[in-house]
Design a binder for this molecule. Structure first.
Ligand SMILES: [Zn+2]
Length: 242
């Protein structure tokens, strides 16, 4: 655990670089109920497989642009031309399996919504709406899978998702706050995120937050399957037929 001059303690992994620190402070472990955010994070966790999360954070803004802000309704309708375009875009993870997985998972998201209403209601039903709070003194005590991640992984695969192995799912559950795995001494474990001081450049000597994910605390940001359809001006389900 490292103390910085902003007086806050953090999980050790937060200090690897500025982007990671911002992510740790602003996003990681904050309960998300915004379907578009939940979908985007599921895709990004899959895109990360075998790579560093820092690499994903660096490409976050270019990936959001290339993938239509990860709107599942739009992704589900991507054609081979769009796949080729993505595979030529240095701003995304240029792996054919991962690009295809984003599309497959957008289609699976439609099936999930048909059955469960939203990814939000689906995901949080596994924990009765309450985050599981870890009890970890050190970072290396934190597991990479649990029976819960095994269960959700199996179920997502059954619905049709890919790149959703138990390790990816566990990391996802941590990211979207279904599991709070900040170590016990971390100042961000119990803090009210809305009242956090915004982390500014004094924490680390260099700052390049232009690509940092933003907007997740914007009011009125919650979206479900239906409203995502409205956002892009199509009727929900139109791209998921058949
Ligand atoms: Zn932490």
């Amino acid at each position: 655990m490292i103390s910085t001059k902003d007086g806050l303690l953090r999980c050790p992994w937060a200090y690897s670089d500025e982007l990671t620190l911002r992510y740790h402070d602003d996003e990681w472990g904050v309960p998300s109920h915004d379907d578009q955010h939940l979908f985007m994070m599921l895709i990004l966790e899959g895109q990360q497989a075998g790579l560093s999360w820092h690499g994903i954070l660096k490409k976050m803004s270019t990936m959001r642009a290339a993938y239509n802000d990860f709107n599942p309704q739009i992704l589900a309708a991507y054609d081979s031309e769009k796949v080729a375009e993505l595979l030529n875009d240095p701003g995304v993870i240029r792996n054919r399996l991962k690009v295809k997985a984003a599309i497959t998972n957008a289609q699976a998201y439609g099936h999930l919504c048909d059955r469960h209403g939203s990814l939000d209601s689906y995901l949080w039903s596994f924990v009765d709406g309450e985050p599981i709070v870890g009890n970890w003194e050190t970072q290396d005590q934190i597991p990479s899978t649990t029976p819960l991640s095994d269960t959700i992984s199996r179920d997502l695969k059954r619905i049709g998702f890919t790149f959703v192995g138990p390790t990816i799912v566990y990391s996802y559950l941590q990211a979207v706050g279904v599991i709070n795995d900040h170590v016990n001494a971390c100042s961000f474990k119990d803090i009210n995120r809305d009242s956090l001081p915004t982390s500014e450049t004094e924490i680390l000597p260099t700052a390049d937050d232009t690509a940092a994910p933003s907007g997740r605390h914007d009011s009125g940001g919650e979206k479900d399957c239906e409203s995502l359809g409205e956002v892009v001006g199509i009727e929900y389900g139109a791209h998921f037929a058949g």
